[in-house]
Design a protein around this ligand. Sequence first.
Ligand code: NAI
Length: 321
Amino acid sequence: SNNTHSFKDRVVVITGAGGGLGKVYALEYAKRGAKVVVNDLGGSLKGAGHDARAADLVVQEIQKSNGIAVANYDSVTDNAGNIIKTAIDNFGRVDILINNAGILRDVSISKMSPQEFQSVIDVHLNGAFKITRAAWPYMRQQNFGRIINTCSPAGLFGNFGQANYSAAKLGLVGFAETLAKEGHRYNIFVNSIAPLARSRMTENVLPPHILKQLGPEKIVPLVLHLTHEQTKVTNSIFELAAGFYGQIRWERSSGQIFNPTNPASFTPEAILAKWKAITDYKDKDFNTTQHPVQLADYNDLTEKAKKLPVQNDQGNIKVTS
Ligand code: NAI
């Protein structure tokens, strides 16, 4: 076969790789020549307890097929630095980081305790921060890095009973978007995925006929592609499940500009009067529905204001209504 995606001698750290998605990533990276740090504290779905066997079994499976892997049992919440140290001590570098570890504490907001909120934020978001912070100097120094943050459709769109989880997951997208900017000049590329797959996380919430189609192996190809040295994609969000692979992006409506020189035009009544235009995604004047990818894209708005047909002598926009 035409195997363009070799990972020979790349060092890959995968958090939560003792089961589910992390495990299938680990197996495939190793098969393609990577040296893999299989991190997993081996706790329950809710994050209780720990068990070294989770990571050990994956490492054994890799080694049985002559792959290279080492186990690490630290929690991303308390000892993330040591996970990266495991990569450095054993393999001398860290090229690819898959932020994948996660837990669930599903409960509707009226019943959610601060602890239920905090623990989910701690593992997904704070954990990703801590381990990324530890890996970053190495990636910067070697002028190479690929990072995947694991978001979720629940983060992008919200999901009943998952206020903690969706907050953490969309937080990971924002985190990735800033890292993409900071990492670009160092050849560090950062993307987010929102997968849906069969695992202990979903096996009790989705019907069997859906679960059947959601093999976790279907998530692997995009993650490998995004983290390959030849892939220059960054700052992006991908949605994938059951063999579907697509991209998600921000979209700004065409909006409405109010007279910037007249404070009296910025009233709630004016907002109501222009509600249709404010929320209209079809820009009839400029035909430029926008998909901002950086903060500086607010320049589009000022450009747009300048191009408005009705202007006074100072170049300010006259509001006609
Ligand atoms: P999973 O429960 O099989 O895998 C998560 C792994 O993370 C477990 O092996 C667990 O022991 C480990 N882990 C938990 N806390 C940890 C910590 N503090 N330190 C180190 N490891 C820890 O579930 P799955 O489905 O494989 O989830 C993987 C990632 O994908 C998670 O971030 C999850 O939120 C995300 N995801 C999964 C979806 C799905 O449909 N399965 C949907 C959207 C996102």
